[in-house]
Design a protein around this ligand. Structure first.
Ligand code: UDP
Length: 325
């Protein structure tokens, strides 16, 4: 297949593009480089620098299917600047979907989020739980999921939305390399690498085993695998929604401890106030993805996730040094 990966210069998109290429697919990347970076695009891919509204039509030329990862994705920012998120996520995606209709390309995998569920009544979160997003980011992704459902029913689109929480690790040489980093694992590893002084732990009085928040960290390689499996099995008129996760919650303290062991660095940590909007525990159930897609995550061990992220960060540092020489 020739596959358009939107947001293919960003973290998840670049790993999906690399996975597709490794399986013999052709890839076109459309990215406006607003948060992604050019180095994130696999060299084998055709790269189009542009946005979904102006450039979807030309990016879709000769394409059979789409993996849609392009999005604004910072929860806090989405609450402060909702217009950026409704336009950047919803309006842009409608432009992509309409360009797909026009080009008669109807196979799509959408990188959605488990933030569509909001504060869960219970964990692990299954697909039949109520969707009550607590921030604009989750609301925009839910709105897109709804649009996709109706495009499947009325226009015969074949679609899958994948809802996941915390992605980490690296895959086929691609990993997290953001200008502004807010995620736990890359931040902790930046402390280990000496780029930051310490990690702030957002609260230690949560109702969890050690008082710090628990999250489900999915390896980006397993996530990329799910995107490709979904694309290869989409059926016309059907919109499937699957949650993805490692199935296990790890606390912030456990993450820091694993990072200390993997890197051999001390990693100073300091407890600070809770962050607004953080639930205590988020764990997704992936049973549906396993049984329907045949998805088999193979890197569910947190140590493997951290080892891969650390290796990527160090390689990035080496590349930066050689570029400055
Ligand atoms: N976290 C933290 N310190 C940081 C960044 C994150 O304690 O500097 C915590 C955060 O409160 C959450 C977990 O780590 O419980 C994962 O946060 P992240 O931002 O990586 O992902 P999120 O769960 O918000 O999607």
């Amino acid at each position: 297949m020739r596959v358009l990966v939107t947001g293919g210069a960003g973290y998840v998109g670049s790993c999906c593009a690399a996975e597709l290429i490794s399986r013999g697919h052709e890839v076109v990347v459309l990215d406006d480089l607003s948060t992604g970076n050019r180095d994130g695009v696999p060299p084998e891919a055709t790269f189009i620098e542009g946005d979904l509204i102006s450039d979807s039509a030309r990016a879709l030329e000769g394409v059979d299917a789409v993996i849609h990862c392009a999005a604004r994705s910072l929860v806090g920012e989405s609450v402060e600047q909702p217009a950026e998120y409704w336009h950047g996520n919803v309006v842009s995606t409608l432009a992509l979907l309409d360009a797909m209709r026009e080009a008669d390309v109807k196979n799509i995998v959408f990188s959605s989020t488990a933030a569509t569920y909001g504060e869960p009544e219970q964990v692990p979160i299954t697909e039949d739980m109520p969707t009550r997003p607590t921030n604009t980011y989750g609301a925009t992704k839910l709105a897109i999921d709804m649009a996709i459902t109706s495009y499947c029913v009325a226009y015969g689109f074949a679609a899958t939305s994948l809802r996941y929480f915390n992605v980490a690790g690296a895959h086929l040489g691609f990993g997290e390399n953001r200008v502004v980093e807010t995620h736990l694992i890359p931040l902790v590893l930046q402390v280990a690498a000496g780029h930051r002084e310490k990690i702030f732990v957002f609260g230690d009085d949560w109702p969890t085993t050690d008082g710090t928040c628990a999250r489900d960290y999915i390896h980006v390689g397993d996530l990329a695998d799910a995107h490709v499996l979904a694309l290869e099995s989409n059926a016309a008129g059907e919109h499937r929604i699957f949650n993805l996760g490692s199935g296990e919650g790890f606390s912030v303290q456990q993450v820091i401890d694993v990072c200390r062991t993997v890197t051999g660095h001390e990693i100073p940590a300091q407890v600070s106030p809770r962050r607004a909007g953080d639930p205590a525990t988020l764990v997704a159930s992936s049973e549906q993805a396993k049984s329907v897609l045949g998805w088999q995550p193979s890197r569910t061990d947190l140590t493997t996730v951290v080892e891969d992220a650390w290796e990527f960060l160090r390689a990035l540092g080496d590349r930066a040094h050689s570029a400055h020489r």
